[in-house]
Design a protein around this ligand. Structure first.
Ligand SMILES: Nc1ncnc2c1ncn2[C@@H]1O[C@H](COP(=O)(O)OP(=O)(O)OP(=O)(O)O)[C@@H](O)[C@H]1O
Ligand SMILES: [Mg+2]
Length: 260
């Protein structure tokens, strides 16, 4: 295959299925021949589990890789002040520090839990560089599983994103969250946004979601599937033998839209 690199972020209210979708999209992109960088940007990391990566519980988040951050920024993590490089080298990180399965390279970002949102500390500089300066080659794809809600939506995390998917489920709360996310995204210049509906139980849900989101681009509907709940309960990969055709259709719609 041959095509331009893609950067797709997945956002939405808590529990709507962001991580499930991010994992399926990453697996599908990899199955179609791309090198995929899957970024878990949620401090409560769960993308590794959804990808079925063995030992995902033990992955050390990048923000906790003190030696690496020290080496690349020239500063001791956890210490404020002093001088450090604002553009640390990051291009080797997917190859050397990601957990890999079937051409999906998982990077767990972790939390920068001091200094507040405006933190200019080595950990934050490192994560920001990873999200903004990582060189993606032709046929690469980056899929970012975002934290629920809107507070974390920043220029640094969303820079260069080709498409941000907002996942909604039948219910007013996720619809309101979608509207808030779109507004905040527009404030920081991110306007390439589309919605994917999840946990849809039937035509009534579909109609209600269409009516509630009249001016959103709706890329597809994924049905409520108890198999996904069972897989999560058992800590197993969802659809290990391939995705049902309707899900593949939604995944392809996302890719086509992002590439347009
Ligand atoms: N289409 C679906 N049908 C049934 N269950 C689903 C579906 N999609 C996701 N789920 C289940 O819903 C739960 C939440 O999904 P997931 O973790 O993907 O959501 P999330 O938006 O990433 O949550 P969080 O905000 O906590 O990160 C999981 O148990 C998952 O298996
Ligand atoms: Mg999640």
């Amino acid at each position: 295959m041959s095509g331009k690199a893609l950067k797709i972020a997945i956002s939405g209210k808590g529990g709507v299925g962001k991580t499930s979708l991010a994992a399926m999209l990453a697996r599908h992109l990899a199955a179609t021949g791309r090198r995929v960088i899957a970024v878990d940007a949620d401090p409560v990391a769960s993308l590794g589990a959804a990808l079925g990566i063995a030992g995902h519980e033990d992955i050390l988040p990048i923000a906790r890789m003190h030696d690496l951050i020290h080496e690349r920024t020239g500063a001791e993590p956890g210490k404020m002040g002093g001088f450090f490089k604002m553009n640390p080298k990051v291009d080797d990180i997917p190859d050397n520090y990601a957990a890999v399965k079937d051409n999906v390279h998982l990077l767990v970002m972790g939390t920068v839990d001091h200094g507040g949102s405006g933190c200019v500390c080595p950990e934050a500089v490192m994560l920001k560089a990873l999200l903004t300066h990582l060189t993606l080659f032709q046929d690469d794809a980056l899929v970012m599983d975002m934290e629920a809600g809107v507070e974390h939506l920043g220029r640094a995390t969303t820079k260069g994103i080709d498409l941000m998917i907002i996942v909604v489920e039948p219910g007013a709360r996720s619809i309101n969250a979608a509207k808030m996310i779109r507004k905040l995204a527009a404030d920081i210049g991110l306007t390439r946004i589309a919605v994917v509906a999840n946990k849809v139980r039937g035509p009534e849900d579909e109609a209600a979601l269409r009516a509630a989101l009249p001016d959103f681009e709706l890329l597809g509907f994924m049905t409520y599937d108890p198999k996904l709940v069972e897989a999560d309960l058992a800590g197993q990969l969802a659809y290990p033998d391939g995705f049902p055709a309707p899900i593949t259709t939604v995944l392809d719609a996302i890719i086509t839209h992002a590439a347009a």
